[in-house]
Design a protein around this ligand. Structure first.
Ligand SMILES: Cc1ncc(COP(=O)(O)O)c(C=O)c1O
Length: 375
């Protein structure tokens, strides 16, 4: 038996090939084509967003552009942003590429930004939180905090497709956010992403940013120095098809999640692992099922599983420990990230795909138990 790290959502070939053939027959492959526009319409319906989401070529460019749009809108030059170190490097790169200094902040037991640990100074203008493993941070309180302190709040919800808080998507709380539609994610358009805002001026800037800063096709005039980050019609076709099937994917996924939760609770009770805390009002899509090893080494665990053809990995690595960033953080600031440092490299991302059947799940659980019993 083989359990891959990820198993991408694949659209139905027949429909896809027909639609892609249409793109080639009509010779319209990119630049606000009908598939892209349909995709944005359908995403708006799916997210029940007030304003149409703006689709990009990937999640990182969606985040980079959303941050930039707010900088342009508020005429912010150089500034700082609060950001958890425990996230994907793309979150922090998007800030740095916007000439914003990251102020790394600790996480709590949800593995997301710990609001209590935020330390502000007058240069901080942004707070970026990230839904690692699809777990939505405490966005309602972070939003209140940002409003009180006149800060822009953006949620990097790249891995959080289908995750909800109080049965709502974060944009339903007027929180600006981005998603990734990368092939590894629960929902994909091969590569892709979108930014969702509730502010019309921001949406206008986003549309220009993805298209070299041009808003008006006829004049080619540039309102901002944007970087080309459009999605092609071919990706939009895949996104449209996958969106049609996402509810059935999630129904299967929810059943598997229930089994995982039950199984890993027993391992937690035996003191082998700790689990990421999910608040009662959050539905987490479990983009991977993270487990925190208590005494075993993560390389031993991963090697053991790999021998059984179960491909686990450590997915996020604290960004302040990565080569580029570790040169820039002082020892004092790095020590402040005590919970992040404690957990870094101890979290294993266990694969969880909607196409896993009972046999895969039994095989996975049996081998995980074997590992802990052999200790
Ligand atoms: C938290 C987070 N932010 C940003 C990204 C970047 O998304 P993309 O790969 O679509 O550029 C990812 C992707 O894995 C992510 O997990």
């Amino acid at each position: 038996m083989l359990i891959e790290t990820i198993s991408p959502q694949i659209p139905k070939y027949k429909t896809i090939f027909k639609k892609i053939k249409n793109c080639f027959d009509e010779k319209y492959l990119t630049n606000d084509g009908k598939n892209l526009l349909n995709f944005e319409n359908n995403l708006q319906k799916y997210f029940k967003s007030k304003i149409k989401p703006v689709v990009f070529c990937n999640g990182e460019m969606s985040l980079y552009s959303l941050i930039q749009a707010w900088k342009i809108h508020l005429k912010i030059q150089k500034c700082k942003a609060i950001v958890p170190s425990f996230t994907f490097s793309g979150t922090v790169n998007a800030l740095v590429q916007n000439n914003i200094e990251p102020v790394f902040t600790d996480i709590d037991s949800t593995l997301t930004l710990d609001l209590k640990k935020i330390k502000l100074d007058k240069e901080v203008k942004f707070v970026i939180a990230a839904s690692v493993y699809g777990n939505i941070p405490d966005i309602i309180n972070i939003k209140k905090f940002c409003k009180k302190n006149k800060l822009v709040f953006i949620l990097d919800n790249a891995p959080g497709f289908c995750s909800k808080i109080n049965n709502q998507f974060p944009n339903n709380y007027n929180i600006d956010q981005i998603y990734s539609f990368h092939a590894t994610k629960i929902f994909n358009s091969v590569e892709g992403g979108c930014a969702i805002t509730s502010n019309k001026s921001i949406q206008k800037i986003l549309k220009a940013l993805r298209n070299f800063g041009q808003l008006n096709k006829k004049t080619n005039d540039v309102i901002v120095p944007g970087l080309n980050s459009k999605m092609s019609e071919l990706s939009a076709v895949v996104g449209l098809e996958n969106l049609k099937n996402i509810n059935s994917v999630m129904t299967k996924r929810k059943k598997i999640i229930k089994k995982y939760v039950r199984f890993f609770k027993t391992l937690e009770e035996k003191n082998y692992i700790e689990q990421m805390k999910i608040k009662d009002n959050v539905f987490c899509n479990y983009f991977f099922y993270p487990i925190i090893l208590k005494s075993s080494s993560s390389s031993n665990f991963i090697n053991f599983m790999n021998k059984k053809k179960i491909f686990c990995r450590t997915y996020y690595r604290a960004v302040h420990t990565l080569s580029y960033y570790k040169k820039k953080i002082s020892l004092k600031d790095s020590r402040k990230l005590s919970f992040t440092n404690k957990l870094n490299n101890k979290i294993i991302a266990i694969p969880l795909h909607s196409d896993m059947n009972n046999k895969h799940i039994e095989y996975l659980f049996k081998n995980i138990e074997k590992f802990f019993l052999s200790k």
